[in-house]
Design a binder for this molecule. Structure first.
Ligand SMILES: Cc1ncc(COP(=O)(O)O)c(C=O)c1O
Length: 438
């Protein structure tokens, strides 16, 4: 093995992942087979184009691999068309918009601050918000998608594309309702199921296949594959435009990308194979059971959840009533205690996107490690202890003093005995759970 310092750092990262409890809902761990495929010789090869139509010679085997990946995904989701080449979720969404809209046409999506993704038209700073006329909807008083607002905005702005997707929205997306509205105004319906793919496969979340025209999913979240993405075109989408698949393909290359990442393509095929197994289906069910157990125990411990719970793999703790602008502090202290998640805005945010009032948690990774409901209850109790420890560390109202406050806070937390004691308890638990378990 090379003596490159990078390998020492990889060992340290592996140790960190093993010792700590990962609750970031978009993260997961992969099987040895997926991992081995990713580090195989496949990444040595250039393959611009599509199977049987490449710009380079020597793609006899790569063609078979890509075709296998396509066939497996088509069968898994019962869709007639798929592109497995997107480098990741963000370029995949860019490709879909590129295929379906002209610059300046209207895109309707969920606001980032209410659980949508940057690529769903977040204004000003993103390509989707700048190159298209982005209109954004939000949530109702129960923190559920406000379909009255979706309908009103759709009729007012006549979007070319409606994107139904979520990054920090804990409830099931009602693709049927989105479809009704899309039909009323003649819009394309794009379902971004990046977060919930595994739940869709396991029958734990409504499938977008009967309703959407185009479906995008990253492949590294609940799907439990490599970092990448796939774009599916449904029967409905092809009926509306028989060239839709070809348009998506051309948007990927030559539109936005060059050569596909062949090791990733192959690893998508491996993950798709794994997703047909009984163990994977049991895994998707356990993600939901664990999410319910975690949510219930957090509430029992006195913590408030956005929308009062979860219907998916993720949930948001709302710290607004605990103290002002506490999200960053709690997330930092949790990490010191060996439990890592991310701070996040809550729908009725009272502080700021940089210092939000929420903590986003999810169960895909801990479920891959083999943890079950009783471990979720322990994790909830640790989180509640951390919140109790830092609840007085409110964000200063004076913006100028915030950076120095955070620096001082972080130093104090790194040496906090009670947090370090929790970390020892966490390590005693995690040592019993490998990073990946069937
Ligand atoms: C719903 C959704 N779409 C798209 C993306 C973008 O994926 P990537 O980070 O792979 O670009 C994400 C990632 O968090 C996501 O949650």
């Amino acid at each position: 093995m090379s003596k490159d310092q990078i390998f020492e750092l990889i060992n340290q990262e592996e140790q960190r992942q093993k010792e700590k409890i990962g609750l970031i809902p978009s993260e997961n761990t992969v099987s040895e087979a997926v991992s081995a495929t990713l580090s195989s010789c496949l990444s040595n090869k250039y393959s611009e184009g599509y199977p049987d139509h490449r710009y380079y010679e020597g793609n006899q085997i790569i063609d078979q691999i890509e075709k296998l990946a396509q066939e497996r995904i088509k069968k898994l989701f019962a869709v007639p068309y798929v592109n497995v080449q997107p480098y990741s979720g963000s370029p995949a969404n860019a490709a879909i918009y590129f295929a379906l809209m002209q610059p300046g046409e209207t895109l309707l999506g969920l606001k980032l601050t209410q659980g949508g993704h940057l690529t769903h038209g977040h204004p000003k700073v993103t390509a989707s918000g700048r190159f298209y006329n982005s209109v954004q909807f939000g949530l109702d008083s129960n923190d559920r998608v406000n379909f009255e607002e979706v309908r009103k905005l759709a009729h007012e702005h006549k979007p070319k594309v409606i994107v139904a997707g979520n990054t920090a929205y804990p409830f099931e997306l009602d693709f049927k309702k989105f479809r009704e509205i899309a039909d009323e105004v003649g819009a394309w319906l794009v379902a971004d199921i990046s977060h919930v793919t595994g739940l869709v496969i396991g029958g734990e979340h409504l499938s977008p296949v009967p309703y959407a025209d185009v479906i995008m999913s990253t492949t590294h979240k609940t799907f439990r594959g490599p970092r990448g993405a796939m774009i599916m075109v449904t029967k409905r989408g092809l009926e509306r435009d028989p060239d839709l698949g070809k348009k998506i393909d051309s948007a990927i290359i030559p539109g936005l990308q060059g050569g596909p990442h062949n090791a990733t393509t192959a690893a998508i095929a491996v993950a798709a194979g794994e997703a047909t197994t009984k163990q994977y289906l049991a895994y998707t069910k356990q993600i939901r059971k664990n999410a319910d157990a975690l949510a219930e125990e957090l509430k029992k411990q006195g913590l408030k959840l956005v929308g009062d719970g979860t219907q998916t793999h993720l949930m948001l703790i709302d710290l607004t009533e605990v103290g002002y602008g506490l999200g960053k502090q709690v997330a930092f202290a949790m990490d010191v205690a060996g439990i890592y998640a991310n701070c996040n805005t809550v729908p009725k945010e009272t502080c700021s996107p940089f210092y939000p009032s929420g903590i986003r948690l999810g169960t895909p990774l801990v479920t891959s490690r083999g943890m079950k409901e009783s471990e979720m209850r322990k994790i909830a109790a640790w989180i509640a202890r951390v919140v109790e420890l830092v609840k007085t560390e409110e964000l200063p109202k004076d913006k100028k003093t915030r950076a120095s406050f955070m620096r001082d806070f972080e130093q104090r937390m790194l040496a906090n005995k009670q947090l370090l004691e929790i970390f020892e308890e966490v390590k005693a638990l995690t040592k019993n759970y490998p990073l990946f378990s069937w």
